[in-house]
Design a binder for this molecule. Structure first.
Ligand code: 5GP
Length: 236
């Protein structure tokens, strides 16, 4: 597998072409950002910790019949993924109120959301990822009604698998963000599923085990990521 030229560099990952047009190389970098890129750092091990958890979750989803872009691991921070046509939606599933839903609506942090709430943002940095609704998604031609129905169904399926798994590890899955892509009419879960894209609370102490540690500046985010990655992958 040859890693050829850089196709795209996001806030925390770089995507490279390979000699196989159906496959990409995705490298998780040590960069971390928050608040629309206003807060930025480079922290040793961050890339490999998020890659390890993402690869683990993609494997868990595949075992549960959910299609993801993950193909194989190259090294601790790099994987080979299917080359998809990405859909510019950030599909957020919320099980417990936290973050922007608490900031923007009259709901208290920690309120259980049952059934889970799906919120979809437009992945568009120039417009600061505004929230969409179904009609806006169709008007902007981001997906068809059939695709959106499948996307929501997959997102809820992912939620069931991850929530049950994390529950068994003593962790509450508060919320998470997914991105999707298409290939040959099939919709796959793409991007990453890591501490950067989820909220995870320790069930006993309520402690944040995710990027909120960095956002709030209340602790050492890499120590938290190491601890939670070990709990997720090794179970202790
Ligand atoms: P909120 O809407 O509360 O800011 O975010 C909800 C969930 O989606 C959180 O777990 C957050 O980490 C994730 N999320 C929302 N937007 C983004 C984004 O642009 N990038 C990443 N990595 N995660 C996001």
């Amino acid at each position: 597998m040859k890693q050829l030229e850089l196709l795209y560099s996001g806030k925390a990952k770089s995507v490279y072409r390979t000699e196989n047009p159906a496959e990409l190389v995705i490298k998780f970098r040590d960069d971390i950002t928050a608040f629309d890129g206003e807060k930025k750092d480079t922290l040793a091990d961050k890339g490999s910790l998020n890659a390890g958890v993402s690869i683990f979750f993609f494997g868990l989803l595949e075992k549960n019949g959910i299609k993801t872009h993950y193909i194989r691991k190259i090294d601790d921070s790099t994987m080979v993924a299917r080359n998809l046509t990405m859909i510019p939606l950030e599909v957020i599933v919320r099980n417990i109120a936290a973050g922007s839903i608490v900031k923007n609506y009259p709901i208290e942090k920690g309120t259980p959301l049952n059934p889970p709430v799906i919120v979809i943002d437009f992945k568009d940095d120039t417009h600061h990822d505004p929230m969409l609704n179904d009609d806006l998604i169709y008007a902007l031609k981001l997906s068809t009604p059939d695709e959106l129905r499948v996307i929501k169904q997959i997102a809820l399926g992912v939620n069931n698998v991850l929530r049950d798994y994390l529950d068994g590890r003593g962790i509450d899955l508060v919320d998470f963000k997914l991105e999707f892509g298409k290939k040959d009419g099939i919709i796959y879960v793409g991007d990453e599923i890591s501490m950067d894209s989820m909220r995870l609370w320790d069930k006993k102490t309520g402690e944040s085990l995710d990027k909120d540690v960095y956002r709030t500046g209340l602790g050492d985010v890499i120590t938290s990521y190491h601890r939670v990655a070990r709990r997720i992958i090794d179970g202790h």
